[in-house]
Design a protein around this ligand. Structure first.
Ligand SMILES: Nc1nc(=O)c2c([nH]1)NC[C@@H]1CN(c3ccc(C(=O)N[C@@H](CCC(=O)O)C(=O)O)cc3)C=[N+]21
Length: 299
């Protein structure tokens, strides 16, 4: 039976370190880390995430501002909001909540964010730095960076000789996750909907990362005995007969836990890490703005 990797505990650890760094930065330089979250429209799930980011930012001693814009906001208006935040010296991190309404080109918005304030790590500059291994100055996307910390807790920092399979090829999770695993010396395969014999490939993985957005798609017998399983999926299932909505991952947890060596639950796994790493990226950005190098690499 797998041991459960408790993302809430590891995230609390990261947040405590972030808060300590923020306190020190404020005391020694007067710079207060500032984060701006921009949300367009009113998707209820998005609003929940935005609220928890604001709450966590306050917990860390940051200034946190939120721009809630109407669904009809034009692309030009949103560009103007981002440019204003780019120019605001009190803001060190900018996050534009995705997905954006269909009439807005999200690629253009992401590339408008100043790379040094791009705490999501989605700008080409940060993607390129991760791809070329410039991890000292890159902002790494929060979900894969948080997943990587969980993998480190289970297996250590050097993944030499281990095979990793990442299921999902998104720019937000799959691709940056694969790059991080490669940087840690794992042998990495990215799988997706066109992959032949996905169950067989997954069964070969010492480290299996599921980031497909399909509820419980990865079955128990796809998991190699002893493997480390990281479930990035957060799928909200409709209310059952008892009227209770259920949150499930991309992995059939109960089955997978019988084979895995360690596994992340949903909720309480990768999700809390995403928010913690957003705070970490923001204090790193604020430190750089104050002329200090900061790495939370020992988290
Ligand atoms: N620019 C941008 N950056 C993001 O990082 C981003 C985004 N857009 N759009 C939406 C997704 C989603 N996301 C989550 C963060 C934390 C939890 C989280 O903490 N989840 C809890 C449970 C939450 C619940 O109960 O609903 C958990 O897994 O334990 C979930 C989802 C960040 N996202």
């Amino acid at each position: 039976m797998a041991s459960v990797i408790d993302g809430k505990v590891v995230a609390a650890d990261v947040v405590a370190k972030v808060k300590a760094e923020a306190d020190k930065l404020i005391a020694e330089t007067g710079v207060v880390p500032g984060i701006a979250v921009v949300i367009v429209g009113h998707d209820p799930a998005s609003q929940v995430y935005v609220a928890s980011k604001g709450k966590k930012a306050k917990e860390c001693g940051f200034n946190s501002i939120e721009h809630a814009l109407p669904a009809e906001t034009s692309e030009e208006e949103l560009v103007a909001v981002v440019e204003k935040l780019n120019a605001d010296p009190a803001i060190h991190g900018i996050l534009v909540q995705l997905p954006l309404p269909g009439h807005i080109d999200s690629g253009r918005i992401i590339q408008t964010i100043a790379p040094e304030k791009d705490v999501d790590g989605f700008h080409f500059i940060n993607v390129g730095k991760l791809g070329t291994g410039e991890l000292d100055t890159a902002f790494v996307p929060c979900t894969p960076a948080g997943s990587m910390l969980l993998i480190e807790r289970a297996l250590g920092r050097d993944l030499s000789g281990l095979s990793a399979v990442v299921v999902g090829r998104s720019n937000i999770v799959g691709k940056p996750m694969a790059n991080l695993l490669l940087n840690a010396n794992a042998t990495v395969t990215i799988a997706h909907s066109r992959t032949k014999d996905l169950p067989g490939l997954c069964r070969s993985a010492d480290i299996l990362v599921a980031a497909v957005g399909r509820p419980e798609m990865i079955k128990g017998d796809w998991v190699k005995p002893g493997a480390t399983v990281i479930d990035v999926g957060i799928n909200r299932l409709p209310a059952d007969a008892n009227g209770k909505a259920r949150l499930v991952g991309d992995v059939a947890y109960d089955e997978a836990a019988t084979n895995a060596g360690s596994i992340t639950p949903v909720p309480g796994g990768v999700g809390p890490m995403t928010i913690a790493l957003l705070m970490a990226n923001t204090v790193i950005s604020a430190s750089r703005a104050a002329g200090r190098a900061l790495s939370l690499g020992d988290s």
